[in-house]
Design a protein around this ligand. Structure first.
Ligand SMILES: Nc1ncnc2c1ncn2[C@@H]1O[C@H](COP(=O)(O)OP(=O)(O)OP(=O)(O)O)[C@@H](O)[C@H]1O
Length: 341
């Protein structure tokens, strides 16, 4: 049974459909990302789960029971916003204990729990300081400590890394991932950062214009996007048109073996890094000429011209090709994703 299940959740704001029937099933202990561009409805979805926004339609079940009419503080969910919303006039200790105080938890229990959180979040020595005396990463750990102190069943994180600089972002990402696994807490994280979602999630829900377009593992989403819309959102893609016949995809640049057998006209999607480039002019390779090159340190982005088609290719920097160079391309048919043409 799902820890949390959204079924047909809809929400309009000023006659604009912001959520158009969201379905999502999250299992206990999973880390899920809601990934989508700004304004697609990610935060609204989190707020609906937390009880901060009432949906117009649909239901939310927690372990099979509807929580729609359950008050916010009894839902077992807690939301951490990107700007942390710490209380500036309270010390770190008081901030962390705030939720427990509101819940009228016993004083001894509260003190023990705050201590446990200070240890868990590596905040020892900071307890009597005020939020403005802490770094961004420390503030975020205080916000997490305050959220986790009340032992929620579901942790909701809204863009948790967006206010941190690049290095701190990586450290906090690692910290939150290992904490989430250690506590085995069901977590839904909102992000617009694809790489972040790919790196930290058990599953990703791609959200575009108020709808979940695909829900799957990071590998599935990147390697087998269900539509061109999802493929384009996730990264760069090359498209070729052609037909599939007897297990082969026939296109203007060549014939590729595929596992698909039915006859049809298709559009084929190939990720730029799935194309192998070589300076060796193999007989089986597809001949092309490098016409553009962008060096990015750990990789190089190329444009390769083949007859009248330009392909985007991304390669490691082991061998760097120059503009005008004749190269040979190799594409494995298993790395081509097909959409109906
Ligand atoms: N309380 C509200 N009243 C009116 N419109 C709202 C309200 N909250 C959100 N919206 C609108 O709903 C849409 C979705 O907003 P939401 O904050 O859920 O998007 P998001 O995907 O989280 O984007 P971002 O990453 O920019 O936060 C936006 O067009 C926003 O302006």
């Amino acid at each position: 049974m799902s820890e949390i299940l959204l079924s047909g959740i809809s929400k309009d704001f000023n006659n604009k459909k912001v959520l158009k029937g969201i379905n999502l099933s999250v299992q206990e202990g999973q880390m899920i990302s809601l990934l989508g561009p700004s304004g697609c409805g990610k935060t609204t979805t989190l707020k609906v789960i937390a009880g901060l926004i009432e949906p117009d339609g649909g239901d939310i079940l927690m372990k099979g029971q509807s929580i729609l009419s359950t008050p916010i503080e009894k839902r077992g969910t807690v939301i951490v916003f990107q700007d942390y919303l710490l209380f500036p006039h309270l010390t770190i200790r008081q901030n962390i204990g705030f939720g427990l105080k509101m819940a009228k938890a016993d004083k001894n229990y509260r003190e023990d729990k705050v201590q446990e959180m200070l240890d868990l979040m590596e905040l020892k020595g900071q307890e009597e300081k005020y939020p403005n005396q802490l770094s961004g990463g420390q503030k975020q750990r205080v916000a997490l400590a305050r959220a986790l102190a009340v032992e929620p069943k579901v942790l909701l994180l809204d863009e948790p890394f967006s206010n941190l600089d690049l290095r701190l972002r990586e450290t906090m990402r690692e910290f939150i991932c290992s904490l989430q696994k250690k506590l085995n807490i069901t977590t839904i994280l909102v992000t617009h950062d694809k790489e972040e979602a790919l790196m930290i999630s058990d599953k990703i829900a791609v959200m575009l214009e108020g709808e979940i377009k695909q829900f799957g593992s990071p590998v599935d989403l990147y390697e087998n996007p269900v539509s061109e819309e999802v493929a384009n959102f996730f990264g760069e893609a090359n498209y070729l048109t052609g037909t599939i016949e007897k297990g082969y995809f026939n296109s203007s640049i060549g014939k590729f073996q595929t596992h698909i057998n039915h006859h049809s006209s298709v559009r084929a999607m190939i990720r730029p890094e799935k194309i192998e480039i070589s300076s060796q002019m193999y007989k089986t390779g597809i001949k092309g000429t490098v016409i553009k090159k962008r060096y990015a340190g750990d990789r190089v982005h190329y444009r390769i011209l083949l007859k009248d088609i330009e392909l985007k290719c991304i390669a490691a920097t082991k061998e760097i090709f120059h503009i005008g160079q004749e190269v040979s391309l190799n594409i494995n048919g298993n790395n081509i994703v097909f959409y109906e043409g």
